[in-house]
Design a protein around this ligand. Structure first.
Ligand SMILES: [Zn+2]
Length: 204
């Protein structure tokens, strides 16, 4: 997956903005790569079988799937533990894609999948800082998916993926640092996972 620096991307976008079709294609690739990574690695890492969460997929605005009585938020992405599904607002994905590039889509999918992983491991292995742990798992997933040949990253892509956590900090509920940690913490967590793998993200 080739990503551009945010500045270069913005410049390019003034003449060639990616549309909803590009976002949807990136989502499909991201889901396949992230699920593929966990299919290959979860059992070996945690000693139990892996089952994929359901992808309830994209909604637009506030008409997303309801989770435990809570309506979906506009411009958000979330994992629903009680029903084991992921969902995201396509407007959030489109906006991130346009500002940052396809790495945004990969990051959101890998992060929400990280929450699904948290619900599949022992409670004591789940960090109190659940959002930062999800970022760490996202880093481990995207770097691991590259090692497993599921996606192709270019040199510097990991840094750019981490930078996406900074670029949009506080713009959306998904990047609100009250609940997700500040940009520096998110980047550090992402890099920990990308550099040292899944087990470095696990509380013990
Ligand atoms: Zn999260």
């Amino acid at each position: 997956m080739a990503t551009l620096s945010p500045a270069a991307d913005r410049a390019r976008l003034s003449v060639d903005a990616p549309g909803a079709a590009a976002t949807t294609a990136a989502e499909r690739t991201a889901v396949a790569a992230v699920d593929g990574f966990w299919r290959r690695n979860f059992t070996q890492l945690f000693g139990r079988p892996y089952q994929s969460p359901r992808v309830a997929g994209g909604y637009r605005g506030s008409n997303g799937p309801i989770c435990a009585g809570q309506p979906a938020l506009a411009f958000n992405a979330f994992y629903c533990p009680s029903q084991d599904f992921l969902a995201w607002d396509e407007n959030l994905m489109d906006a991130g894609y346009q500002r940052v590039g396809d790495s945004w889509v990969y990051l959101v999918v890998a992060h929400e999948w990280g929450h699904a992983i948290q619900s599949r491991i022992n409670r004591y292995q789940v960090s109190l800082a659940t959002e930062l742990q999800a970022d760490c798992l996202a880093g481990a997933t995207l770097a691991g998916a590259q090692r497993d040949g599921l996606i192709r990253l270019q040199p510097g892509d990991n840094e750019e993926l981490a930078a996406t956590l900074t670029v949009l900090a506080d713009t959306y509920p998904w990047t609100n640092h009250g609940s997700h940690g500040d940009a520096q913490q998110r980047v550090a967590s992402y890099n920990l996972g990308a550099g040292q793998g899944v087990l470095a993200c696990i509380a013990r």
